[in-house]
Write a protein that binds this ligand. Structure first.
Ligand SMILES: Nc1ncnc2c1ncn2[C@@H]1O[C@H](COP(=O)(O)OP(=O)(O)OP(=O)(O)O)[C@@H](O)[C@H]1O
Length: 619
């Protein structure tokens, strides 16, 4: 998430764009090169929202660049449409609509399969442009005669023709593009984009409809591409057919990687490097087609030694100088969980319990959760068998069982991460069997994970913001231009959670710099920030030192006030101290259920644990 410094980046961008015609010629930049850089930069703004912020690597942006470009060029050259700006906007809308339809298909897959689908779709567009639609697109000849814009102001007419004159129009378009992109990445939607990039599984689990948000990012990128495609036709007075080629998509990806993804300005800087190198190596040194060899070497060096690109490298350098270095998401992820340093002891929190969600009509004295006959089979393996399980409002239930007893699978079924083979789950009187994890979280049932599932590239506060946004905004809302700070109750809820999990002293610390115990507390905080009425904790004490365990048990006690919780853990002493009732699972079945005292003295339970933690039980 970009830091909220109102208008600073916008002001610097405006100054840069105004100064460019005076400074860049001194550095040897021709106006046409600068104009091409601006078009690529605008194209890249949308792509960076998709790739840099949302983590979706598309190799098919040429499809939208070409669509927007050819729609605008067709209107202006073939259909006699006189308004250049309006034609550009229509082209942009056509590209966005195309992006919506393609996104519906491509986003059904993730990772490399998503990327492959985008390549295939771009190839289809290239074919369609050349063959069935060649009457409209000009086929291999493209569409010549695209006019430049002029605006009649009544008392005078402004003409933007070529060179620095056209630059003014392109610079204004780029500036508006930057302002819109900044609004988007600073909005709640922008925050959720970053969460999807860092950990889509957890973004889903804290209650966000990530498919909807990914589609939004895809459409935004397509809209930017469409507008930039239209500008290409205006810039060249000709809409070239190669706008649709794979080279266009590939060049955009490389420019973004060179300039720095997730920075918005990376694609512009990457385009400046690419185009100036091209001009210098081809024209000045006369290397011809061999210039790409040099470019390839530059690209490899940059990717190896400046992983966050030029802009990312500069941001890191600034961070180093000012002591606020932010690690790249993948860099953080690599270090996540490798840090098992001893955490500072947790103080017992003074924060009052956060209000849990209460469904209208729910009986606050009866059962909040009822599972009947819950069975889960993985092929021939029965992980859970015919489990009947009831938890009442306000109860703190413990679940124990030897390794492989089926505890985590049981939790996964309750939160609808996996669907039961048979049986049913009622939550607050509603049948949630077969629902998805996002909807169940929105109803007020969520869990903290056995293995940390944090947003590794974000800070502690930003992590909690992602979770709190789901409770405050629902699973999907397109408030693209709203400042995240303007959401009522958000900062209070985040602050409250920070205090509850004793991380109020480290809100701006990146996740990668947290000690292991702190990460575990943040893991619990992520679940808590969604305001659940039933909170499941899967081994919250796992991997903690004895001192951390004692402190975390205190923390769990304070969290449990006014909340219903189910805790799985192997630490019997801790669980017997916390829970009012304990359910023992063995080989996927409920072995016995009772008060901690009854469980401790139960001979069947002791039998189940013989050779394991029998001593602990007897203690
Ligand atoms: N996705 C899966 N595919 C196949 N088998 C699975 C899957 N998930 C769990 N199992 C199997 O189901 C059984 C129960 O696993 P589960 O993780 O629920 O146990 P657990 O009690 O949580 O264990 P632990 O205490 O070690 O975390 C195990 O035999 C496990 O190998």
């Amino acid at each position: 998430m970009l830091k909220q410094r109102p208008f600073l980046i916008e002001t610097l961008t405006a100054i840069g764009l105004i100064a460019a015609p005076f400074v860049l010629p001194l550095l040897g930049f021709a106006p046409n090169t600068v104009n091409r850089i601006l078009v690529w930069g605008l194209f890249g703004l949308g792509f960076d929202i998709l790739f840099g912020f949302t983590g979706l690597l598309s190799f098919g942006q040429s499809a939208f660049y070409g669509t927007g470009g050819f729609v605008a060029a067709y209107l202006l050259t073939q259909a006699g449409f006189p308004y250049v700006l309006l034609a550009l906007v229509i082209g942009m809308i056509a590209a966005a609509a195309t992006g919506y339809l393609i996104g519906l298909i491509a986003l059904r897959r993730t990772g490399i399969y998503f990327a492959m689908i985008t390549v295939a779709i771009a190839e289809v567009f290239f074919f369609v442009e050349f063959n069935p639609l060649s009457d409209y697109t000009g086929g291999e000849n493209g569409l010549p005669g695209v006019p430049t814009p002029s605006f009649n102001l009544g008392f005078t007419t402004l003409h933007f023709t070529t060179g620095w004159s056209l630059y003014q129009f392109l610079a204004l378009c780029y500036f508006i593009g930057v302002v819109i992109a900044l609004r988007i990445v600073r909005s709640p939607v922008g925050a959720i984009f970053s969460a999807i990039r860092d950990n889509p599984l957890r973004a889903t689990a804290v209650g966000h409809n990530i498919h909807g948000y990914k589609l939004a990012a895809f459409v935004i990128a397509a809209a930017y591409a469409g507008f930039a495609g239209g500008l290409l036709g205006v810039l060249q007075a000709f809409m070239p057919p190669d706008a649709f080629t794979f080279d266009t998509s590939g060049q955009l990806v490389m420019q973004t990687a060179i300039g720095g993804r997730g920075t918005l300005f990376g694609p512009l800087v990457g385009a400046a490097v690419w185009l100036s190198l091209q001009d210098f190596l081809q024209a000045t040194l006369g290397l011809g087609a061999a210039w790409k060899l040099v470019l390839g070497i530059v690209f490899v060096l940059l990717v190896c030694f400046l992983r966050r690109g030029i802009v990312g490298g500069l941001v890191d350098l600034y961070g180093l100088l000012t002591g606020q270095r932010r690690k790249a998401p993948d860099e953080s992820a690599a270090q996540d969980d490798a840090v098992a340093a001893e955490a500072p002891p947790a103080r017992q929190t003074a924060a009052a319990p956060m209000p849990a969600r209460q469904r209208a009509g729910a009986d606050p004295s009866g059962p909040i959760l009822q599972a009947k006959g819950l069975t889960k089979r993985y092929g021939g393996l029965v992980a859970n068998s015919n489990i009947d399980f009831t938890v009442n409002h306000g109860e703190l239930r413990g679940i124990i069982g030897p390794n492989g007893a089926g505890k985590s699978t049981f939790f996964k079924m309750l939160t609808c991460e996996v669907h039961p083979t048979s049986g049913s789950i009622m939550f607050e009187g509603r049948d949630i069997t077969g629902m998805n994890v996002t909807d169940v979280c929105q109803l007020g049932l969520t869990k903290s994970y056995q293995v940390n599932q944090l947003f590794a590239g974000l800070t502690v506060r930003e992590n909690l913001v992602i979770a709190a946004l789901s409770a405050l905004r629902g699973k999907f809302k397109l408030d693209l231009f709203r400042s995240i700070d303007s959401i009522p109750g958000l900062s209070e809820q985040v602050q409250h959670t920070l205090e509850l999990v004793n991380l109020a002293a480290r809100p701006d610390t990146p996740v990668s710099e947290l000690a292991y115990g702190e990460k575990r507390r943040l893991e619990i905080g992520l679940a808590l920030a969604t305001s659940p009425s039933l909170l499941l904790l899967d081994e919250p004490l796992a991997g903690m030192s004895p001192r951390e365990r004692v402190e975390t048990v205190k923390l769990l006690k304070s969290i449990s006030q006014g909340r219903t919780m189910i805790i799985i853990d192997h630490d019997m002493d801790a669980l017997f101290e916390l829970a009012e009732r304990v359910t023992v699972l063995q080989e996927g079945r409920v072995l016995v259920e009772g008060t901690p005292e009854e469980i401790k003295n139960n001979s069947t339970v002791q039998e189940a644990y013989l050779g394991g933690v029998h001593g602990e039980l007897a203690a």
